[in-house]
Design a binder for this molecule. Structure first.
Ligand SMILES: Cc1ncc(COP(=O)(O)O)c(C=O)c1O
Length: 403
């Protein structure tokens, strides 16, 4: 009886995918093949590569590693997360329809409504946490359901196995943007999804030093379709960034596990702070997505929180010393974002208000700082903000102990 080898833990797989050595030299880091074209042995003897948009050894090594990590039939590296998302949607055509999670990333919303709609791709935005709403949105020409494993900024959790089941029963594909969880915590293809997409700018790269995107797909037919679009449209990731991304992948599980542990400590600390009105983190048992996130494999390291008074936000941000103020997430350094001014600035004010996205709401992507340093920094900045507001505009009403 043949014995199947033990499947490796992701930590091992990130280092030993079978694509980590340069096949030409055995070098421990695949070199940056900085070339646009490749000499062909002869007119009737094509070499393994011909032109770098179609294929490059550095990108091939990265894509092989990504396929191994995701358990995919094929994986593809793009010049940004948006290029990856656009390329996947471009495997569809005019007259096709997609069902998309209503609170999807703003860039995805813009792509669908202002670019792909002009080319005849129809879209229905719906609450993908509500199976009945998803079923109601499906039409005969629906080709895919698009969800994000964790939504922004309230970290709602998608029930990927249930959505996969629903999609399969309707002959529709399930496509997942797994940027917020990363394969270190959740591998959607193993849960029944057909395609998984990342803004690799975030956890996969992890170091705030590149912009990239990935698509990984379950079956060969889909792989051929994405490969065709990747070459035809040409939004490929350059070899330098492929190298950086491969380097980032090696420490992905280590980073994400540590960031998640720190995020939980920060969330627990914030929950008890009298200047914090609410904390949204699926790792807290009172978050509505807690059980689902546990079943998916993890909670991630992004949390949102609401201050008791929007007047605290500006002095709080000014007093913070550690988190970088700006857009993005998933990096080694903590990054704080004000969704009303950053990720959701393009929403009409009434829609922002309806969703509860106002000046008092902050999102923190927890980095690799020591948890005690991060918490001490948040503590001193909250105290400074309270002093500043009280001195200028009058006292701040703190949340009571039962709040
Ligand atoms: C969930 C999600 N998907 C996709 C993207 C787009 O990725 P990129 O900025 O790499 O194009 C982002 C960017 O923030 C994101 O947060």
């Amino acid at each position: 009886m043949s014995r199947q080898p033990q499947p490796w833990d992701l930590a091992t797989l990130c280092l030993h995918t079978g694509h980590e050595l340069d096949p030409a030299t055995g070098a421990a880091a695949v070199p940056i093949y900085q070339t646009s074209t490749f000499h062909q042995p002869g007119l009737d003897e094509p070499g393994p590569y011909d032109y770098a948009r179609s294929g490059n050894p550095t990108r091939a090594a990265l894509e092989g590693a990504l396929a191994a990590l995701e358990g995919a039939a094929g994986a593809f590296a793009f010049a940004s997360g948006m290029a990856a998302i656009a390329s996947l949607f471009l495997t569809l055509g005019a007259g096709d329809h997609v069902v998309v999670t209503a609170d999807c990333y703003g860039g995805t919303y813009r792509l669908l409504t202002r670019v792909l709609a002009r080319w005849g791709l129809a879209v229905t935005f719906t609450d993908t946490c509500d199976p009945e709403a998803v079923v109601a949105a499906i039409r005969p020409n629906t080709r895919a359901i698009w969800v994000e494993s964790l939504s922004n900024p309230f970290l709602q959790v998608a029930d990927l196995p249930a959505l996969a089941e629903l999609a399969r029963s309707r002959g529709v594909r399930l496509w997942v943007d797994n940027t917020f969880l990363s394969p270190a915590l959740c591998r959607p293809l193993a849960l029944g999804a057909d395609a998984v997409v990342h803004s690799a700018t975030k956890y996969l790269g992890g170091h705030s030093d590149l912009v990239a995107g990935t698509v990984a797909v379950r079956d060969r037919e889909a792989a051929a379709a994405v490969a065709f679009v990747q070459n035809a449209v040409g939004a490929v990731l350059g070899p330098q960034d492929c190298f950086l991304l491969m380097r980032g992948l090696k420490t992905l599980p280590l980073r994400v596990q540590r960031q998640q542990a720190t995020a939980l400590a920060v969330a627990q600390w914030l929950r008890d702070h009298p200047l914090v009105a609410a904390v949204y983190y699926p790792g807290l048992p009172d978050h509505p997505g807690y059980e689902l996130a546990r079943a998916l494999g993890g909670f991630g390291a992004v949390l949102s929180f609401r201050l008791v008074d929007g007047r605290l936000t500006r002095p709080f941000l000014r007093a913070l010393r550690l988190p970088l103020l700006g857009v993005s997430l998933g990096a080694v350094e903590s990054i704080i974002t004000v969704p009303a001014y950053h990720s959701h600035a393009s929403l009409p004010p009434a829609e922002r208000e309806r969703r509860g996205i106002d000046d008092s709401l902050l999102r923190l992507s927890v980095g690799l700082e020591a948890p005690e340093d991060l918490i001490a920094d948040l503590a001193q900045a909250l105290a400074a903000a309270e002093r500043a507001v009280s001195a200028g505009a009058g006292p701040v009403t703190r949340r009571g102990p039962s709040g």
